[in-house]
Design a protein around this ligand. Structure first.
Ligand code: PHE
Length: 443
């Protein structure tokens, strides 16, 4: 029998775990800082409601209806009204499997950096300066070792399956993540200068809205943050039982993801102002000096200035990022694993070993040829694959999938649902097309 989530809460925590990742703790606050503070926050909230929740609903529903991995699911639901649809659906599914593997290879590298910095902060707390230096200075060996460690972490969880691996670990890690985040916010809020950061984050100024990239940046961020477009949510949706209410679940997961992003903003934006108050340089011409510098230089230095608590704050902060990353990698890894399991008849153990090995090879290539390959891979996955797959999911839900399409059935009876159906069928794909054209061709 197919594995499945045991409880509703287990599913919500696992799906929120997939959604809550580096995109929330690192990406979202960086975007806020670069796009007008509160203005970005407000536009983001609107975009989550009009585009990201519909997209999450769509991806979850496709998996839920098909009860199968993305290749089989898209093939099945896209086959009507024309038979060519099945081939197209399967191709997009395979593209998702490949995209998930590519994303996992660069995501594991970044996650490895986070883990290395967490241990580096711990070394500082223990007063082992050499270990601290080795762990926090980038080198080929350090990166390779930590990619390997993180891959073992991902593999150890997913090899246990959905209910015993993914669900159990999401239930453990997600509460821990929230506790760490709240402790850090509390600590930063008490530092001199934090107030100005809260104001910048929470008080809208009209000047912020003049940024021409604001809306597209918010849509891209919301899409990435909700893990849409690589089949991760589709596969989780397929492990829900037939009676699950997908609309409600999509709203809960999106609300949790948005809450965590909002909280991460409450941590990072005030921290930036505290750092500036201490004379540290954090921005130039209104833009952050560098996203990586923010996380790996500015914040650690700020923590170090906070006396004995500093190294522990660093440790908590990088553990927070590592945990957020881990609950995302397990969802993505499940995409190729489920495909090998169901469509290629591998055992879970073999599928897991194979997938982890392939990611390891790709990650090795990315670490060695970092400069030409890394940025290209990130751009391909985030700018190309996510919006285009998302677009295809909307087309499947709105135009191709005809039988037992709940939203479509309800749309026949009530005008509210008819409006919603047309929103998903027409408005959402057009919005995505806009994001794609703007991001892929303009910048
Ligand atoms: N949502 C994750 C984050 O915010 C990234 C992700 C995207 C994970 C797509 C899975 C699939 O970091």
């Amino acid at each position: 029998m197919r594995d499945s989530f045991r409880t509703r809460l287990g599913f919500i925590l696992a799906a929120a775990g997939s959604a809550v990742g580096l995109g929330n703790i690192w990406g979202f606050p960086t975007q806020v800082a670069n796009h007008g503070g509160a203005a970005f926050l407000m536009v983001y909230l609107v975009v989550v409601v009009i585009l990201a929740i519909p997209a999450l609903y769509t991806e979850l529903s496709i998996g839920h209806q098909a009860q199968a991995n993305p290749v089989a699911a898209l093939g099945k639901l896209a086959q009507r009204p024309h038979r060519v649809g099945a081939g197209l659906g399967k191709s997009v599914g395979l593209l998702n499997v490949g995209g998930a593997v590519l994303m996992l290879s660069f995501y594991h590298i970044i996650a490895g950096w986070m883990l290395a910095h967490a241990l580096g902060s711990l070394a500082l707390a223990m007063q082992w300066p050499e270990a601290h230096l080795a762990l926090t200075t980038s080198s080929l060996w350090r990166d390779l070792v930590f990619v390997a460690v993180f891959l073992v972490g991902t593999g150890t969880i997913v090899v246990r399956g959905v209910s015993n691996g993914i669900e159990v670990w999401s239930r453990r890690l997600m509460p821990l993540l929230v506790v760490l985040l709240v402790v850090l916010i509390g600590y930063i809020a008490m530092q001199p200068g934090a107030g100005a950061g809260f104001a910048r984050y929470l008080q809208p100024s009209f000047a912020g809205f003049s940024d021409p990239n604001l809306v597209v940046a918010a849509m891209g961020q919301a899409f990435f943050s909700l893990s849409i477009g690589l089949g991760g949510m589709m596969i989780y949706g397929s492990y829900l039982d037939r009676n699950a209410n997908i609309g409600q679940l999509a709203v809960s997961v999106a609300a949790l993801d948005t809450l965590i992003a909002f909280l991460a903003g409450l941590l990072i934006i005030p921290a930036l102002y505290v750092a500036m108050g201490q004379g540290m340089q954090v921005s130039e011409n209104g833009q952050l000096i560098g996203e990586a510098q923010l996380i790996f230089n500015v914040l650690p230095e700020l923590f170090e200035r906070m006396g004995a608590a500093g190294p522990w704050l660093g440790f908590f902060f990088f553990m927070l990022l590592s945990i957020a990353a881990l609950t995302s990698t397990i969802s993505l890894a499940e995409v190729p694993i489920a495909y090998l399991l169901e469509s290629r008849q591998h055992s879970r153990r073999r599928a897991t070993t194979l997938v982890i090995a392939v990611i390891a090879v790709f990650a090795l290539a990315l670490v060695i040829w970092f400069v030409p390959l890394f940025a290209w891979t990130v751009a391909y996955v985030t700018k190309f694959q996510l919006p285009l797959s998302g677009l295809f999911y909307f087309i499947v839900l709105g135009w191709l999938w005809s039988r037992s399409n709940k939203l479509k059935e309800k749309a026949r009876e009530q005008w509210r649902f008819r409006l919603l159906f047309w929103h998903l069928r027409l408005v959402c794909p057009l919005l995505l097309l806009w994001v794609f054209v703007d991001v892929a061709f303009a910048g």
